[in-house]
Design a binder for this molecule. Structure first.
Ligand code: IVH
Length: 663
């Protein structure tokens, strides 16, 4: 391909991919499959590799995160970032309204959710994202441009470019992502984040953008701070404008005619806040008209035209009746507080994770203590603090067990790890948790196989690992307690169905450390089959932008195990699909073994192998009598000679493309 043609295609791909990103991350309405998306990305990446002059800062390939920085640069904010005054109840809101109306007459207000994350300041010049900065001290912040580019809900380019636009927004981590991240960190013996805000901050203030990229952050844009070339004149207009420009804008805003409507909205959200998929810590009330905002002006610290209504804290007092230890899939022992049941934020809480021994010591938590609890991420309950004044002297200190409560193997704590781990190779808890993970929704998604049934199957000796599930019989199942004929049939059907689940979820289901659902997809897209992945070396794996050394190491080690092979063989024998099927574009190369040599014009090295596989063929590295044909590009060398001497068919790139019947 020539440069001119490539440049055109690159522009096309950039536009198309960003549109898909927008549909996926902002509208939440994807219109193509992950596999199709990966193909577009791959094509773009390869063109950019081949023609480095076509790389640009607004390319979606920049979103996977470049190389780590040594330190953050500083950015001087053009407009200082102020903070907001607080209102703790209706009276404070009425006072605020009185001050506003004294200075600016009757006004309308916009109420917005106060997202509990961290402020980001985004600058667009000629429609392109040029800088992203943290709040810092309000005057200067840290340059986190490289990190923010990995956040897909931030447009790299505005839909309707204008000379200059400065936007403020809130970067946050959805509750679900926060919980998953903490679980993963717990299993890896890493310190957990106290709440989604800390997790978001920790993820953005990373010198390595790849870490940010792996964390599923989002940004809600909420203010226009400076505009050149647009004529937005109200807060409501800002939100609409930002949405039209491609930003993710929180939909739960409301225009209020007076302070009564504002108060009503604030109280209502106080009750509803737990139902949101992200954390909010209040409501921001803003005067709608920019003219009125200007009239009101600001104090040294905060604008007079806005205020933050803070929700009352949702904490409750209860008693720690016991501390028990749970053993996870990777053998991590997690101490868990058994609480006297209490209602917090809409549900009854009877357990709270204590994460690890350090947290118990730091907070000086003892069995029998009266404690305040709250829901972090409003879902997982946590102990905020002990109430020492309520101690009676009968409280007991907790000790981490020296042996695993499930298998009695030794418990150790590795250096640099917060967690204690069970060392037992065949620890039943590890096995059980591994199977529960295998059947979970994002993995093999086997309905009707909850932890209780898994426990029953293991206890009855019907299964020893997840592969055994595929060999279960109806007669085995109906013998189990509380398992009717119908449920047994349903369960068998669900197991059967899971065979077709596909490569990506299966890779995730294997429970390899560091390999989450997203990594499963990436690996599936890159290796196309379990066989391919199992043969991948460290270097092959590191070629994938989001795979780091730790993950690569785990994958290689995992597939080196004899046990793994036996396990996979068992799955294969049961007919579990282990190839990326969605990419099987045709069967035009079915049964053909193909050797590629020399330089091709249309395809990169890795790409051609994938194309061959996608059409049912098998790429091979050396020519033999079994080779179906050799695909020879420019400057082909010894392989071409060998093909000729063996009388193996040699074809050109054009002939090959014709054979595929596409492109
Ligand atoms: S407006 C002049 N709107 O809350 C300050 N802030 O001090 C204008 N926040 O950390 C802020 N959601 O990042 C505004 N919809 C929203 C917000 C919001 C969250 C954060 C903001 C800052 C704090 C306000």
């Amino acid at each position: 391909m020539q440069l001119g043609e490539a440049a055109k295609r690159v522009e096309e791909l950039k536009r198309e991919i960003e549109e898909h990103n927008y549909r996926y991350y902002v509208l939440d309405k994807p219109s193509i499959s992950d596999a199709q998306y990966d193909w577009l990305m791959r094509e773009l990446q390869e063109l950019e590799n081949k023609f480095p002059e076509l790389q640009s800062p607004d390319s979606p390939t920049q979103r996977v995160g470049g190389s780590p920085a040594r330190e953050f640069g500083t950015v001087r904010h053009t407009v200082q970032l102020l903070s907001l005054g607080n209102a703790f109840g209706p009276d404070d809101l009425r006072d605020f309204d009185r001050r506003v109306r004294e200075a600016a007459g009757d006004v309308e207000y916009v109420v917005e959710l106060k997202i509990d994350g961290l402020t980001v300041a985004l600058t667009y010049v000629d429609g392109m994202l040029t800088t992203a900065a943290t709040r810092g001290d309000g005057v200067t912040g840290e340059d986190i441009s490289q990190n923010l580019k990995t956040v897909y809900s931030v447009p790299l380019k505005l839909k309707n470019p204008l000379p200059r636009l400065e936007v403020r927004g809130e970067a946050y981590m959805p509750k679900e992502s926060f919980e998953r991240l903490n679980l993963e960190r717990e299993e890896n013996g890493e310190a957990t984040f106290a709440n989604p805000r800390n997790a978001a901050a920790g993820s953005l203030r990373q010198l390595d953008p790849k870490v940010t990229a792996s964390r599923n952050l989002k940004v809600f844009a909420y203010n226009i701070i400076y505009q050149e070339g647009a004529k937005v004149d109200s807060q409501l207009g800002s939100l609409e404008f930002l949405r039209e420009q491609g930003f993710l804008v929180n939909e739960d805003f409301l225009l209020c005619k007076n302070i009564d409507e504002v108060i009503e909205a604030c109280l209502e959200w106080g009750d509803k806040r737990n139902s949101l998929p992200y954390e909010i810590d209040g409501i921001v009330v803003k005067v709608n008209s920019f003219a009125a905002q200007e009239e009101l002006g600001e104090t040294a610290k905060s604008p007079r035209w806005a205020i933050a209504y803070k929700f009352p804290a949702q904490q409750e007092e209860t008693v720690i009746e016991d501390i028990v230890v749970r053993v996870g899939r990777t053998g991590v022992l997690t101490p868990t507080a058994v609480l006297k049941p209490v209602r917090v934020a809409g549900s009854t809480v009877s357990r709270a994770t204590l994460h690890n021994i350090d947290m118990i010591r730091d907070k000086d938590i003892r069995i029998g203590d009266h404690v305040l609890i709250q829901k972090a991420g409003d879902v997982i309950p946590e102990v905020v603090q002990v109430l020492p004044e309520k101690r009676t002297g009968g409280e007991r200190e907790f000790q981490m067990p020296a042996v695993c409560p499930e298998c009695q193997a030794e418990v150790i704590r590795y250096e640099n790890e917060a967690a204690h781990r069970c060392t037992g190779i065949a620890c039943p808890a590890k096995q059980r948790e591994g199977i529960i993970h295998f059947v979970s929704r994002d993995a093999m998604n086997i309905d009707g196989l909850g932890p209780a049934v898994v426990g029953q199957l293991l206890d009855a000796g019907l299964i020893h690992n997840a592969a055994d599930l595929y060999h279960l019989k109806f007669d085995d199942l109906v013998k189990l307690e509380r398992m009717g004929k119908k449920s047994a049939e349903n369960l068998l059907a669900a197991i059967e169905q899971s065979k077709e689940r596909g490569l990506a979820p299966l890779i995730f289901a294997l429970g390899i450390r560091h390999v989450g659902a997203r990594a499963g997809k990436l690996l599936a897209a890159n290796f196309m089959s379990m066989d391919g992945l199992s043969k991948a070396g460290r270097e092959d794996l590191l070629e994938i932008p989001e795979v780091g050394p730790a993950m690569a190491e785990r994958i290689v080690t995992f597939f080196r195990q004899e046990q793994t092979n036996e396990f996979l063989d068992k799955l294969a024998a049961a007919g579990v699909v282990m190839v990326e099927e969605s990419k099987l574009k045709s069967e035009s190369l079915a049964g053909k073994t193909i050797v590629v040599t020399g330089t091709l014009n249309k395809f990169g090295r890795k790409e051609i192998e994938e194309v061959i596989e996608a059409h049912g063929g098998k790429p091979s590295g050396s020519v033999s009598k079994k080779t179906s044909f050799v695909l020879a590009g420019e400057n082909a060398g010894s392989k071409l000679d060998k093909a000729r001497s063996l009388g193996v068919l040699v074809i050109t790139e054009e002939e090959f493309v014709e054979m595929l019947g596409e492109r």
